[in-house]
Design a protein. Structure first.
Length: 474
């Protein structure tokens, strides 16, 4: 922030007999974090200038001068030649100062028919709608990386787990695509959020609308909204769109954390299923052998921060009476931080996934260990006419035999099978293979290779659609 110009830039003060205290001034200032709204505030100002002209509140010449000054100010903001000063309370104050510097008294006409209350609500919606597309673009890159990893290892079996215990064999691709489905839901939520956020508050004024003949419909259309907000009080007081954005961001963070946790586990010596590329790992300052999964760990860590941002915002909002309250100054930093953290972590996770090394042989070797084919035995018995209650018991006794003798299911002798349960004939060996187990899970959404191939195709199309939406092509 540059030094003060020495003149007051406040947008209020006529009814006050004393200058605000230093403590109040320091508490009130928000320009150090809301300055990022400047491009959106200028876009809204151009739209507002045009409706003032249509309302005969600006002449044709005044409008041309106003738009020219706003364009010049926009360029100066973007190249950094215009910055807020220590006298500017917020982004609106700073930009009005810049307009007055360019236009003199004419610049003061732009304030007619609007308030900082409807300005900031509009700016924040514009900012977050852009941010949602930036985040979705990065999510689409992660989806593509996961789909690519799944495609490269589409035939690799692995132990499917529940409670972190071996459960049933699944394809690694099937497991990876489960993460893609979660991220795809996050994109769905951002798109659904955007539909609700596409309403424009500008024109609501401080809370009651305007007696001037401004046209909120025209402003909304120019700014890419589908309509104005229907109630002026709701327009300036609503922050549901911020809370909902923070929720979607937090849930996306949770999904990143779950993926990061698995990669941390899989990269351990005990698992040894994957190796993180050197470009996405770090070492130790004291232990030369260390290769630490920092990207995966930071993905876990950032999730707590994202949840905290949501919680902070909800607590701020919970007791506010209608309409606008200054507490709403606190709505921006949490959501700004959520956007920043996602744009920071998502490319790193996508890069880690895209370069991840997989030990296919080790995964295949352990896919059926831990008696993970026991369900296949139970279902084989069901297909011979045994009630599942009984087949479950028989398969459980078979597992107990293996535990007692330190062997796996396929190592049990034929004679032992019969002694455990006479219905366990040698033909049961037809299901005691990983490939057979995988192929049999052919129900919709199952881990059978044909079903996984369907998912790969559908999710690749979805990721492409997500990237298109993020770029504005859809």
């Amino acid at each position: 922030m540059s030094e003060s110009s020495g003149s007051s830039t406040r947008l209020w003060g006529g009814r006050f007999g004393r200058e605000p205290s230093e403590a109040l001034t320091r508490l009130s200032v928000s320009v150090h974090f809301d300055w990022r709204l400047a491009p959106h505030d200028l876009a809204a100002s151009r739209a507002h200038a045009r409706v003032l002209h249509r309302a005969d509140l600006l002449t044709e010449a005044e409008l041309a001068s106003m738009i020219g000054a706003l364009d010049d100010l926009d360029a100066a903001v973007r190249d950094g030649s215009f910055r807020p000063t220590s006298e500017d309370e917020d982004v609106h104050t700073a930009l009005e100062r810049g307009l007055l510097e360019r236009l003199g008294a004419l610049g003061g006409k732009l304030r007619a028919g609007r308030s900082r209350n409807d300005q900031v609500a509009t700016d924040l919606r514009l900012y977050l709608r852009d941010a949602a597309r930036q985040v979705v673009a990065r999510v689409a890159e992660l989806e593509t990386a996961l789909i690519g990893l799944a495609e490269r290892h589409r035939g690799t079996p692995m132990p499917g787990m529940t409670h972190l215990q071996h459960a049933q064999p699944v394809l690694l691709a099937h497991h990876l695509l489960a993460h893609v489905h979660a991220f795809a839901r996050d994109v769905d939520r951002f798109q659904d959020w955007d539909d609700r956020a596409a309403l424009c508050p500008l024109g609501a004024g401080a809370l009651a609308g305007s007696s001037l003949a401004v046209d909120p419909v025209a402003v909304a259309s120019e700014l890419g909204f589908r309509a104005p907000v229907a109630n002026s009080i709701d327009a300036v007081s609503d922050r549901d769109f911020v809370a909902e954005f923070c929720f979607v961001a937090a849930l996306l963070g949770i999904h990143l954390s779950r993926l990061g946790e698995e990669i941390c586990l899989w990269a351990t010596t005990e698992f040894g299923w994957v190796e993180i590329d050197d470009a996405y790992a770090t070492g130790s300052s004291i232990m030369p052998q260390k290769k630490n999964p920092d990207v995966a760990e930071l993905a876990r860590g950032k999730s707590g921060r994202l949840v905290g941002n949501l919680t902070s915002l909800l607590v701020t909002l919970k007791g506010l009476p209608l309409a606008y309250d200054r507490d709403l100054q606190e709505d921006k930093e949490p959501v700004f931080d959520s956007v920043e953290q996602l744009l920071l972590v998502l490319p790193a996770v996508a890069g880690m996934v895209a370069t991840l090394g997989v030990d296919d042989e080790r995964l295949a070797a352990v896919a059926a260990t831990g008696h993970a084919l026991a369900t296949d035995v139970a279902e084989w018995l069901v297909r011979t006419g045994v009630p599942f209650r009984d087949s479950h018991e028989a398969a459980g006794r078979l597992v107990r035999h293996c535990v007692d003798h330190g062997i796996e299911l396929w190592e049990v002798e034929d004679s032992a099978l019969q002694s455990i349960d006479h219905r366990l004939t040698p033909e049961v060996r037809s299901v005691l293979s990983v490939r057979g187990s995988l192929a049999s899970r052919s129900s919709y959404g199952g881990t059978a290779p044909a079903r996984v191939a369907e998912q790969l195709s559908a999710l690749a199309d979805a990721a492409h659609g997500h990237a298109s939406w993020a770029s504005g092509a859809d």
